[in-house]
Design a protein around this ligand. Structure first.
Ligand SMILES: NC(=O)c1ccc[n+]([C@@H]2O[C@H](COP(=O)([O-])OP(=O)(O)OC[C@H]3O[C@@H](n4cnc5c(N)ncnc54)[C@H](O)[C@@H]3O)[C@@H](O)[C@H]2O)c1
Length: 436
């Protein structure tokens, strides 16, 4: 199949590369000139495990073309996949301007029958709106499919080939089958439903996962107060098959480009549809609170004031395996500490360049070497559980630090026995200092 993928961010670029690898002819359309320039010159603008090998392979074999010209691309393809951003507005709404712009262009430029596949996360009802507003008035017949994407950054390539399910929302069985054929090499249940239900599956899935995270964080906070240990509680809870073990890791909470905006988006959609989604409101509030609790723990451990104190923050990406810092807990924590007068050394193996664009003018020093970042600091915060951080020589780090040697394990990821035996003041979320 000849496919245009519009938008080459984390979703679009992975989709474009993997579709090309599967044998489709792909034109990836990107409007950001610097990204496009990199792609046309054989460089990847993002880091994703396994993507560079695929990219090298498909570009060498000329199975993918990168272009800024949507109009030109539409002349050559039978299917257009939209993978542009749908960020949150300041009041939590989903900003559909990128989607609207692309839909209007497709409607204007299409000259032959075409299937439009929406991979961007859009609020329930968007597909029907796009059909009404743009596609029904297009020059050529357009079939519209909602095909929400569930891949995780850091594991995006693996997830592309191994999804739990492929959701296909369409009003036409033939179009749905056509898309199912595009994914022929992917062994996963292909579930066909109406467009609005498919859109809802994506929001419901992210909201539920976010709920699990906020729930276990509440339990961890309560563990601290009653003397229980979340490391015993969470796994035992997760062994119940009805609950499941995933997303029960207490800590700084969720960040990234999806959960924060999708939970807020769903809350707004609920409000707009005259429904008070109280559970979701609490999930969002709990998640925001975890970052404040983290700062409070460090401030208290440093005697109630961080003015002039040196604090290392290990991890800037919102999770390991990605250079994405969107809504990363570390950034809020650093911002808070800096505005209270702390001197912050920030460290990350992948995300420094992206973090620099956000953490401007507050004196943060950036390090790629964690040992250098921690030297001379009174406190260290582990904000992202990169595997290399878990294997650090914590004894050597402590020797380079200044008292009181505070370590906040924001992801409950370190071996607390080792950390305590090194002489740190160890803080976490819901873990006792010593395990039975
Ligand atoms: N990032 C994830 O892990 C993830 C996972 C599942 C779903 N999603 C959803 O997928 C969508 C894309 O997410 P992302 O993280 O890849 O976004 P992103 O912001 O990284 O990438 C979007 C890209 O689209 C480009 N673009 C915008 N308008 C364009 C236009 N008119 N023509 C061509 N290119 C255009 C932008 O320049 C950018 O490169 C969002 O709706 C998101 O919610 C993301």
């Amino acid at each position: 199949m000849r496919i245009a993928v519009i938008g080459t961010g984390y979703v679009g670029l992975v989709a474009a590369c993997c579709l090309a690898k599967s044998g489709h002819e792909v034109i990836a359309v990107e409007k950001d000139k610097s990204k496009l320039n990199m792609l046309q010159n054989g460089m990847l603008p993002i880091y994703e495990e396994g993507l560079s090998d695929i990219f090298e392979h498909i570009t060498k074999d000329k199975r993918i073309v990168f272009s800024h010209d949507l109009k030109g691309a539409l002349r050559h393809v039978d299917m257009a996949m939209i993978a542009v951003g749908t960020p949150a507005t300041s009041d939590g709404r989903v900003d559909l301007s990128q989607v609207n712009e692309v839909a209007a262009s497709i409607a204007e430029f299409s000259q032959k029958p075409m299937t439009v596949v929406m991979k961007s996360t859009v609020p329930p009802g968007t597909g029907e709106m796009l059909l009404r507003r743009y596609f029904s008035k297009a020059n050529a017949d357009i079939e519209y499919i909602s095909n929400p994407e569930f891949l995780r950054e850091g594991k995006a390539v693996w997830d592309w080939y191994n999804p739990d399910r492929i959701v296909i929302g369409s009003s036409s069985r033939d179009s749905a089958n056509l898309l199912a054929e595009v994914y022929d090499d992917i062994k996963a249940p292909k579930i066909i439903m109406d467009i609005t239900s498919a859109e809802m599956v994506k929001y419901a899935s992210n909201a539920f996962l976010a709920t699990k995270i906020s729930f276990i964080n509440e339990i961890a906070n309560l563990c601290e107060r009653v003397g229980a240990d979340i490391d015993d509680v969470a796994p035992a809870v997760g062994m119940d098959k009805r609950i499941g073990k995933h997303f029960l890791q207490a800590g700084l909470g969720y960040g990234g480009s999806c959960f924060p905006k999708d939970t807020k988006g769903l809350e707004y959609i609920s409000l707009f549809n005259d429904y008070d989604f109280n559970l979701l409101k609490a999930v969002i509030e709990v998640n925001a609170k975890q970052r404040v609790i983290a700062v409070r723990k460090v401030v208290q451990a440093l005697g109630g004031d961080v003015m002039g104190k040196n604090i290392a923050v290990l991890g800037l990406a919102f999770k390991p395996g990605t250079d994405d810092v969107r809504e990363a807990p570390a950034l809020d924590i650093i911002d808070h500490l800096c505005s209270d007068g702390a001197k912050v050394n920030a460290c990350d193996p992948m995300a420094i360049e992206n973090a620099k664009k956000i953490l401007k003018n507050n004196g943060v020093k950036f390090y790629s070497n964690p040992y250098e970042a921690c030297a001379g600091c009174e406190a260290v915060i582990l904000a992202t559980e990169w595997p290399e951080f878990l294997k650090l020589n914590w004894k050597a780090i402590k020797e380079s630090m200044k008292p009181p040697f505070v370590l906040l394990d924001g992801r409950n990821a370190l071996d607390r026995g080792v950390i305590v035996s090194c002489g740190y003041e160890y803080y976490s979320f819901g873990r006792r200092t010593k395990r039975l």
